[in-house]
Each structure stands twice: as structure tokens, then as C-alpha cells.
Design a binder for this molecule. Structure first.
Ligand SMILES: Cc1cc2nc3c(=O)[nH]c(=O)nc-3n(C[C@H](O)[C@H](O)[C@H](O)COP(=O)(O)OP(=O)(O)OC[C@H]3O[C@@H](n4cnc5c(N)ncnc54)[C@H](O)[C@@H]3O)c2cc1C
Length: 388
């Protein structure tokens, strides 16, 4: 058993850490306040070959392991866990799906996305269906050499800055999950409208809705085959949920590191507050739990690298990481006393950002359902039981 990255991974981690410390972390608060997608940084990350890095080289990626992908996502999240929500987490889902596309899709969309020149969105949620995604209403009807798309997708990360959306829509409404197909929809096409949200966190990669009113796209913008969209989408979640967990753990760990230093310097009653167990024990407890979940994350990524299932681990870490991270950051804020409550410190922003991870890519409850399926078996899922 190895609990260390190899030489090559450590060299990459050092490079990404230096990049993050110089180019990302100092601007975390600025990009949030300006609500501005740092496209120039996304471009640099693309130039470094880090977007969609697990995609095989013949399709334009680095063919990196998922463990390496997680390590890079974690490093950049130490500087800005909002940016990584788009570039690495949704980016993973987008890259995996686009790699299923034909040559035209790969050339027109996957290549510029991996290079950091175009930003994609991943659009599955609708106003009336999130957790129960198969209940989606968006439709795609084939008409000669075109598909006509109608419907609304809601709550989509980076929607306002996206050049195109990967849209899930029903081609056979009677066929349930097997009636869902997946399409590329450029956001500049006639019939497409976008609307932004006023979110409490993750504000630099603004969420939005996409409305499609008789949007005509070429038939070869269908990704894969008709009816395979849902399965393709779900496959990506077994990795993206682990990346999200690492995305939550990173800012919590940075907050704890900062708090260890702060409590060593800050005095009360004639000694450093770090010497009070009421101060140091919560820090120890948070680090204990976060380090345990972090190891579980890497085990899940490693399992996928071995061609084994990461579903159970993905379900487990996706509920634990944001919950533990939120608790940790909250305590770090309080341990900084009254200045910690101001926006001079990044704790309030980290709290807002990490809370989003409890909902994105499926809520904590749904993550537990995924783990439940693996532990109890499919027969004991609530929706299967109801249908018996
Ligand atoms: C920051 C952020 C980024 C997002 N980015 C994207 C994106 O890029 N693309 C995209 O398509 N979507 C995105 N989403 C949407 C997200 O995937 C959905 O919000 C999520 O799947 C939940 O769906 P819902 O909001 O419709 O809640 P609902 O499905 O209406 O659920 C409401 C509540 O009921 C609970 N619930 C539902 N069913 C069960 C059950 N069987 N057992 C127990 N509890 C249950 C849920 O856990 C939740 O708490 C994003 C959301 C956020 C907050």
C-alpha cells in the first residue's frame, strides 16, 4: 500500500501549487466581489494541459490518472474553490461526455475547451426536476439533418460565461432514462436565452438558466447515440463527486492551517490561545476528520484507475466532505474572534462557497442514496420499492 504521490505527481503538484499561490489565491476574493469569471486563468490552466487531463491523449487529453486529476483539483482549490467547480469538476463531466462525441464535436468543442479557449456548461437540472433528473421535460425532435430543442435548464454552473452547453433532453419521452440524449448547444444560436442568478457563493462562475425555444442544431451535435445520454452523464458523477469533495476539503484545510498559526500568535490570559484545549481540540478534531475523508477520496479515485467502481466512495465523501469542511471553516472564523467575521478574512467567502458543494452534483441526501444502493442493494432504493 502506498500513501504518497509518485515523483512525477509530486513535481506536478509543486508546479500547480506555485501557479495557484501566484496566479489564483491572491485574486480569490476579488473575483468573487466582481462576480467575474477569470477566463485568462482558465486559459492558462488549459495551456498547462490540466483541463480534462484524464482524457486519453488520442482524444486531446493527458491520459492522466484520476488520482492525479484529484491532486491537481485539490491544489487549485486551495486557492479558489469556485473556479475549480467550473474548470475541474464540471470540466471533468464535460470532458468525459465530449470525448464520446464524433470528430466534428471533438474538433469544434472538445479541443478549444481543453485548450481553455471555450467554456462549456453541463445542463441537466430543470426547474421541475433536479434529484429526479429523469423527470426532465426538455425535448429534442429530429427533423431531417437537424434536431429542434425546447425547454429550460436551471441552476447551471458558469452558464452566463459558457460558449456552449451540453444539454440533456428527451428524444423518447416514453422510455424513461433510456429516452434521454445529449447534445451540444452553442449559446449564440437563435432561440437560446440565458438568465443569471444572484447566488450566495461561487459567484465568479455565475450560475444561470438556459431557455431553448425551437433551437435548431445540426443532427451531428448529438453526442453518442440517441438514448445513451443519461448513462453517459451518470458515469461522470462517480469521479466529479469525489473531485467536489476534494474541492471542499482544500479551503477547509487552508483555513485550519491559518488558524493554527493565528492561535499560536494570539494571546489571552497571558499565553497563546493555542494552549487552551477549547481552542486546539476543535482544530485537531476537524483535521482528523478531513484527513480521513481526504484519504477516502484518493482511494475512490485509485479504485477507478484500477477499473473498479468508485460509486460507494463517491456517495460517502460527497456528503461528508462539504459538511465537515463547513463545520471546520465556521470554527476557524470564530477562533479568529471579531476580525474573523469581517470580509478582510476569507472565511465568510469560503463558508459561502463550500456550502454550495452540499447541493451541486446531487445533494447530501442523494449522495447517501448512492452509498445506500451500494451497501443495501438496488432492491432497497426508495423509488424501486415504491414501484413494486
Ligand atoms: C452551486 C450549484 C451548482 C450547480 N451546478 C449545476 C450544473 O452545472 N448543472 C446542472 O445541471 N445542475 C447544477 N446544479 C443543480 C443541482 O444539481 C441540483 O440543485 C441538485 O441536483 C438538487 O436538485 P433540486 O435543486 O431540484 O432539488 P430537489 O430535487 O427538488 O430536492 C429538494 C430537496 O429534497 C431532497 N430529496 C429529493 N429526493 C430525495 C430522496 N429520494 N431522499 C431524500 N431526500 C431527497 C433533496 O436532497 C433536497 O434537499 C447546481 C446547484 C448548485 C447549488
Amino acid at each position: 500500500m502506498h500513501f504518497e504521490f509518485n515523483e512525477e505527481q509530486l513535481a506536478l503538484r509543486d508546479m500547480v501549487r506555485k501557479f495557484t499561490e501566484k496566479e489564483v489565491a491572491p485574486y480569490y476574493t476579488k473575483w468573487d466581489r466582481e462576480k467575474k469569471y477569470p477566463k485568462h486563468i482558465n486559459k492558462k490552466i488549459g495551456e498547462l494541459g490540466l483541463i480534462g487531463m484524464a482524457i486519453p491523449p488520442e482524444k486531446g487529453g493527458m491520459g492522466a490518472s484520476h488520482v492525479t486529476e484529484g491532486m491537481v483539483c485539490e491544489e487549485v482549490s486551495r486557492g479558489d474553490c469556485s473556479l475549480t467547480m467550473s474548470t475541474f469538476v464540471v470540466g471533468h463531466l464535460d470532458a468525459e461526455i465530449l470525448a464520446h462525441g464524433n470528430d466534428k464535436i471533438r474538433k469544434e468543442f472538445l479541443e478549444p475547451f481543453l485548450a481553455g479557449d471555450q467554456i462549456p456548461a453541463f445542463a441537466i437540472t430543470e426547474p421541475g426536476s433536479g434529484t429526479d433528473a429523469v423527470a426532465m421535460k426538455a425535448s429534442a425532435v429530429k427533423k431531417g439533418a437537424k434536431y429542434i430543442l425546447n425547454g429550460e435548464k436551471a441552476g447551471i454552473t458558469a452558464m452566463m460565461d459558457a460558449d456552449f452547453a451540453i444539454v440533456f433532453a428527451k428524444t423518447d419521452p416514453a422510455a424513461g432514462a433510456r429516452g434521454v440524449s445529449c447534445f451540444v448547444v452553442p449559446t449564440k444560436y437563435p432561440g437560446v436565452e440565458l438568465q443569471s442568478y444572484e447566488d450566495m457563493g461561487v459567484r465568479s462562475v455565475a450560475r444561470g438558466s438556459i431557455f431553448m425555444d425551437d433551437v435548431e442544431i445540426p443532427a451531428d451535435y448529438l453526442i453518442g447515440k440517441e438514448g445513451t445520454g443519461f448513462v453517459m452523464g451518470m458515469q461522470g458523477f462517480d469521479i466529479s463527486r469525489i473531485l467536489l469533495a476534494l474541492e471542499a476539503i482544500a479551503p477547509a484545510m487552508v483555513s485550519l492551517e491559518e488558524t493554527v498559526e493565528y492561535t499560536k500568535q494570539r494571546n489571552a490570559f497571558g499565553r497563546p490561545i493555542a494552549t487552551f484545549e477549547g481552542v486546539s481540540f476543535p482544530i485537531v478534531e476537524h483535521i482528523s476528520m478531513l484527513e480521513a475523508v481526504r484519504l477516502l477520496c484518493y482511494q475512490g479515485l485509485w479504485l477507478r484507475d484500477q477499473g473498479r467502481s468508485s460509486s460507494k466512495v463517491a456517495g460517502m465523501v460527497k456528503w461528508m466532505a462539504p459538511r465537515f469542511a463547513t463545520n471546520a471553516i465556521r470554527d476557524c472564523l470564530v477562533l479568529h474572534g471579531h476580525p474573523g467575521y469581517t470580509n478582510e478574512f476569507p472565511f465568510e467567502q469560503r463558508l459561502r462557497d463550500v456550502l454550495a458543494i452540499e447541493i451541486a452534483d446531487g445533494t447530501s441526501q442523494v449522495s447517501k442514496l448512492v452509498a445506500q444502493r451500494e451497501i443495501f442493494g438496488r432492491d432497497y432504493l426508495p423509488y424501486n420499492y415504491r414501484n413494486k
